[in-house]
Design a binder for this molecule. Structure first.
Ligand code: ADP
Length: 391
């Protein structure tokens, strides 16, 4: 009996130990599993955080503006370019798209997307807030797994600069066509008059041939100036930079124009001191000086005077071409370096001006790293300034 009791107790003890060991093993396994899960979760959270940071950094590097909105039109994601385009500080997740962009047209796109699903290549002209801008929008509606509207992703491409360049190009083509057509139609009508019998009258023959010659020359000048501007525009001008004596360069330009000045009783003065040496392309520099002095003669008064002087300011030499002509009105001063802009149209045409001389001057000076400007008091002459690096 006692033996049986001992056996039963031993067995019960053995079971209890086995059960305890098994339970302990189970608890340890559970604990390990829980720890693994927690580690995996922490790892996944880190991964997601990294992924989100990478995506946001990627969005911020985009040139295009990107805005993601939820179903209520509130911003979920907005990149830096979108902030710059519309003038808000990303991420702006507490704003609606209307509050952030301040443009109803943009907010209306989100509503349109709910109906249409996607919008491709849509152009927006924004002028209600800030300066006029042109944007191209590509956008896609977001749907949840059940296919319900869940917001939208909108990408904005800024076309403003492109549109401005396009407008400048169109205006330039229109101007060139007009400038070419005027001398051509004069040449054509002179030739027609000669063919219609004008050639039989010696005086008329000479007069009309002179007209043809004058306007053919004008066409040549215009085409030369256009080619020059196109070369300067292409950025392919190779400047042969070397130390140039300014006084000598001015004297050469004055000598070239002596006859022209003489025919109007005009005096050209060289007041540049011999010590001034600029780092410049001597041919281009002569072109700048000739253009400015030629204008002083063309638009100055009969028996007028123009003087060239120069001084060093902050490692730059500033050249001034001053005349005592009628001067230029303030609104014209602001536009005078634009292509085909003429302050005095009739005078320019009569003098065979192409309207491109000062645009060429500006380009050449800028290619040297310098600047041009004009100062004038109407009735009291004009002074054109340009700067060049000192050698
Ligand atoms: P253009 O071929 O007509 O001379 P420019 O570009 O050289 O073209 O000059 C533009 C316009 O600036 C001229 O048409 C003229 O009206 C004005 N202008 C230039 N220089 C002077 C000046 N020294 N005095 C008065 N007007 C000037």
């Amino acid at each position: 009996m006692t033996f049986a009791l001992i056996v039963v107790c031993s067995l019960a003890g053995a079971f209890a130990v086995a059960w305890w060991l098994e339970r302990r093993r189970h608890l340890v396994a559970e604990e390990n599993h829980r720890r693994d899960l927690a580690e995996q979760r922490a790892h996944r959270v880190d991964e997601l955080r990294e992924q989100t940071e990478r995506t946001v950094a990627l969005f911020d590097r985009m040139v295009e503006g990107l805005i993601v909105v939820d179903a209520a039109g509130r911003i979920r994601v907005a990149n830096r370019a979108a902030g710059a385009l519309f003038g808000f500080a990303p991420p702006a997740t507490d704003c609606t798209i209307l509050e952030a962009t301040r443009h109803h047209e943009v907010a209306a796109l989100a509503t349109r997307l709910e109906r249409e699903g996607e919008i491709l290549g849509h152009e927006l002209r924004l002028e209600a807030v800030g300066p006029l801008r042109f944007l191209q929008v590509n956008a896609l509606a977001l749907r949840d797994p059940a296919g319900r509207w869940d917001g939208a992703i909108l990408v904005f491409h800024d076309l403003t600069r492109l549109r401005q360049l396009e407008a400048v190009r169109q205006e330039f083509v229109a101007n060139v066509s007009h400038e070419l057509r005027t001398p051509l139609s004069l040449i054509k009508s002179a030739a027609e008059t000669l063919l219609d019998g004008g050639k039989d009258d010696a005086a008329a023959l000479t007069r009309f041939l002179q007209i043809i010659d004058k306007h053919a020359n004008r066409l040549t000048l215009l085409i030369d100036d256009l080619l020059m501007l196109s070369t300067l525009d292409s950025g392919n001008v190779r400047l042969n930079l070397q130390p140039v004596s300014l006084r000598a360069a001015v004297q050469e330009a004055i000598d070239d124009l002596k006859m022209r000045a003489g025919s109007r009783g005009f005096t050209l003065e060289n007041n540049v001191t011999a010590d001034l040496i600029a780092q410049a392309d001597s041919d281009r520099l002569r072109q700048v000086l000739s253009n400015l002095l030629d204008n002083a003669i063309k638009y100055g008064r009969l028996e007028g005077r123009a003087a060239v002087s120069a001084q060093v300011i902050d490692k730059r030499v500033e050249v001034a071409v001053r005349d005592d002509g009628p001067g230029i009105a303030p609104d014209a001063c602001a536009r005078i370096f634009e292509r085909f802009y003429r302050a005095d149209k009739a005078r320019s045409r009569e003098q065979g001006g192409t309207g491109l001389g000062l645009a060429i001057v500006k380009h050449v000076v800028q290619a040297h790293g310098g600047e041009v400007r004009v100062e004038s008091n109407p009735g009291a002459g004009a002074t054109f300034f340009f700067t060049l690096p000192v050698a």
